[in-house]
Design a protein around this ligand. Structure first.
Ligand code: SF4
Ligand code: SF4
Length: 300
């Protein structure tokens, strides 16, 4: 698989591993977390989105679409999803970026070329490249080739993963990855299923196996008030991480960034009333985890 679907390449990232990094976001995710702040990454296929407040009614999109898939008089979405071929042609003529095409097919060489442009920053800051998503292991053949090329070019590689995949896929990636950023979202399977759409069983068992073969794993816990921030869950998480011999944990506070993206992709946001956790609340959670002799960082 020499080509894959990328939805963003973010330069100068400071929160996705050490130093200055380029984060490559691959499209597609098997999870459907209620708090996801990158909902446009979930679908593997390309998508077109519309932001009503940016539209000036010029009709350029209407004239460009060969599939008669646009109706500007519609209340919310202007697209007839049955007719739209997601070609992105309308986005090219929209003067205000009201229409956007999410996802771009890129070759391994094109992505690596983009990454390499900032080599000087990685060298000065001990940074590198981070592959994120979505879930980057959804496009595992493409990812392997990217990781392999980066290793050949002596670039530090990090993989931001939910761990929800088959063990052999993760194991193969582990050989090409310098640092894992591995998420744990809930220790109770029933709640994990409810709030992410999938079981936590493969995530936890993959992490146990990964800890035996890889020495650089940073656990990331998104802290979502009312969902996974109760003492029972934090204690269970601390016990589990400690029992498999891992030490480094980042706790990431829930935030509202990304809520408007849901409207654009025509999905309802499921946590409209959830508040961001306070500094004291994050400190409380850090203290619980530290009791398991974990090194806890608040933030990425
Ligand atoms: S993405 Fe292509 S098919 Fe869909 S509305 Fe735009 S121009 Fe038409
Ligand atoms: S091209 Fe853009 S600004 Fe013009 S009508 Fe279409 S969506 Fe609106």
């Amino acid at each position: 698989m020499n080509k894959g679907t990328v939805f963003n390449i973010q330069k100068y990232s400071l929160h996705d591993g050490p130093g200055i990094r380029t984060t490559v976001f691959l499209k597609g995710c098997p999870l459907n977390c209620w708090w996801c702040h990158n909902p446009e990454s979930k679908a593997l296929a390309k998508q077109v989105t519309f932001t009503k407040k940016l539209c000036i009614g010029c009709e350029s999109c209407l004239n460009r679409c060969e599939n008669n898939a646009i109706d500007l008089s519609r209340e919310n979405s202007i697209f007839d999803r049955g007719k739209c071929k997601r070609c992105g042609s309308c986005s090219e003529v929209c003067p205000t970026n009201a229409i956007k095409l999410l996802g771009k097919e890129m070759t391994v060489a094109e992505v690596v070329n983009e990454i390499e442009k900032d080599r000087v920053f990685y060298e000065e800051s001990e940074g590198g490249v981070t592959f994120s998503g979505g879930e980057p292991l959804m496009q595992h053949d493409f990812l392997y080739q990217l990781l392999k090329k980066c290793k050949q070019k002596d670039l530090h590689t990090a993989l931001d993963t939910s761990g929800f995949t088959d063990w052999h896929i993760l194991e193969k990636a582990a050989k090409l990855t310098d640092l894992f950023l591995y998420d744990i979202k809930h220790m109770t399977n029933e709640k994990h299923l409810k709030f992410t759409g999938v079981s936590n069983a493969p995530i936890l068992s993959n992490l146990q196996r990964l800890a035996l073969v890889h020495s650089n794993i940073q656990i990331r816990l998104p802290i979502i008030p009312g969902i996974n921030d109760d003492e029972e869950n934090i204690v269970a998480t601390g016990e589990f991480i400690s029992a498999i011999g891992l030490r480094n944990v980042s706790i990431l506070a829930y935030h509202h960034t990304g809520v408007d993206k849901y409207e654009r992709i025509e999905e309802a946001y499921k946590l409209p009333n959830t508040l961001e956790p306070t500094h004291d609340e994050m400190q409380r959670i850090a203290r619980i985890l530290e009791a398991f002799r974990l090194i806890v960082r608040i933030g990425g």
